[in-house]
Design a binder for this molecule. Structure first.
Ligand code: GLC
Length: 449
């Protein structure tokens, strides 16, 4: 039998094909978990109210300091919007997120490091919009209490702390007390950026979606539908689903085997099937299973058996161009081996596309919006995994259209344009980077919330 057919049989047997997923059933479970989370009942979806409304106009000409703490990087800058919605970026800096490469032992050290990093911009504004891409319970004053770290950050003492208060205390030690700090998730920032400068159309509602190292979604809910906000019956606010934690999606033996190796077994189960931090790991575990079943040559099996890690980027690079030098382009991998790797990698990405589409569709359906083409739902998509991974964007959009069209929901997916910035690195090198939705949305929140 040709390798393509053998690969297909293997993928079917391990339920790794998108076809093995009953999308309607998963959406049903997803919405039910959303409802439970909104009611403070036991749920794998945290459904975090953010006290962010999305209709406030953005003041022109007022600088605001922005911090963006993402998966691996910390960015800081000062943004100023013009009356036409365009913006300028000044004093941009970038550094590794504390706790990614080393253990940060105390909370004081963590906040001091943030304060150090803010030093060059601290006098630019008395307002700070802080895009904090981790699960944080938001208080009505828009501070955020870190629930727990995701993405492997090692700074245990910060869990349970108020991020804005902790940072203000560290700034106070330097005589810079009393900043108005607004903490918001990257999905909320993305949603706000899309609303403020994203698209020209009149939309019925907005969703903010991140598909990067992690994966998560935010949408706007009517407060009367949020039983855990008992005293708020009018108006609407953005809700951070923390959808990476969704725990009711059927997992395969491959997902379970991979999860056990992550150091956070049993957590962020959905994210581990979808996002850039993990897709390579899922692929590697599928390859290990295929090797155990004798599908790879002895030489390729031996090589795969020795790997403890496969980056999503390495798997994806091979998909883009299997003929370029890569971890798979060694004499150990014959043409059948390479074909099998390609089949596995493509299936893992296609399945992620379906799950990501479910991640977007469920809140769109729950919102009850977008039922006429006059006012569609606007899905603001951000994250490098989404835009860079082979076929991920196109397949997600295809699945999303299939799911939402049959329910009569109209939608657009949009990307907030990134702006290139140049900066001087800590060791004096001239570097370039981009600012996008998380930074822009944090600036909007810093000025309007
Ligand atoms: C992880 C974080 C979440 C964030 C997402 C995307 O899931 O827990 O807060 O939005 O990654 O960065």
């Amino acid at each position: 039998m040709a390798m393509k057919e053998r690969a297909q049989q293997f993928l079917e047997k391990h339920k790794l094909l998108a076809e093995a997923i009953d999308a309607d059933a998963v959406i049903h479970e997803f919405i039910s978990e959303m409802e439970k989370g909104l009611a403070d009942r036991d749920s794998s979806l945290k459904m975090i109210p953010t006290y962010v409304t999305i209709d406030n106009p953005v003041p022109a000409g007022k600088p605001v300091i922005v911090i963006d703490a993402g998966g691996t990087n910390l960015r800081v800058a000062t943004l100023t919007f013009a009356a036409d919605g365009s913006y300028t970026v000044a004093n941009f800096h970038k550094a590794p997120m504390p706790g990614t490469k080393e253990v940060v032992r105390t909370k004081e050290e963590f906040f001091d490091r943030l304060a150090d990093f803010l030093e060059p911009v601290i006098d630019d504004s008395d307002r700070i919009g802080f895009c904090f891409s981790y699960p944080a319970r938001i208080t009505p004053d828009c501070d955020g209490v870190l629930i727990e770290w995701t993405k492997g950050i090692q700074a245990k003492e910060v869990e349970g702390e108020s991020i804005g208060k902790g940072l203000n205390a560290a700034l106070a030690k330097r005589g810079k007390a009393g900043k108005r700090i607004v903490i918001l998730n990257d999905t909320i920032a993305t949603l706000l950026a899309g609303k403020s400068i994203g698209g020209p159309r009149q939309y019925d509602t907005y969703l903010g979606v991140i598909e990067g190292t992690g994966s998560n979604t935010a949408y706007v809910e009517q407060n009367r539908n949020v039983p855990k906000l008992a005293d708020m019956n009018t108006g609407a606010m953005a809700i951070n689903l923390e959808s990476g934690g969704f725990g009711k999606c059927p997992r395969t033996d491959i997902d379970v085997a991979f999860d056990a190796t992550t150091g956070s077994a049993g957590k962020q189960k959905f994210e581990k099937m979808i996002s850039g931090g993990y897709l390579g790991g899922v692929g590697l575990h599928a390859m290990k299973a295929a090797a155990a079943e004798g599908l790879f040559s002895a030489a390729a099996s031996a090589q795969i058996g020795g790997w403890t890690k496969l980056e999503t980027k390495d798997m994806d690079d091979f998909l883009w161009n299997p003929h370029r030098p890569s971890v798979f382009n060694t004499p150990a991998f014959g043409s059948d081996d390479r074909e099998l790797v390609l089949c596995i990698a493509a299936a893992v990405i296609r399945r992620a596309a379906l799950l990501l589409a479910i991640n977007v569709a469920a809140p769109a359906i729950k919102s009850g919006k977008g039922t006429t083409p006059l006012h569609p739902v606007c899905v603001v998509m951000d994250g490098s995994t989404y835009y860079k991974t082979n076929n991920l964007k196109s397949q997600t959009e295809e699945f999303l259209r299939g799911i939402l069209s049959k329910r009569g929901i109209f939608f657009d997916t949009i990307q907030v344009q990134e702006q290139a910035v140049e900066y001087m690195s800590a060791n004096g090198e001239r570097k370039s980077d981009t600012v996008g939705a998380p930074v822009i949305g944090a600036a909007v929140a810093g000025l309007t919330v």
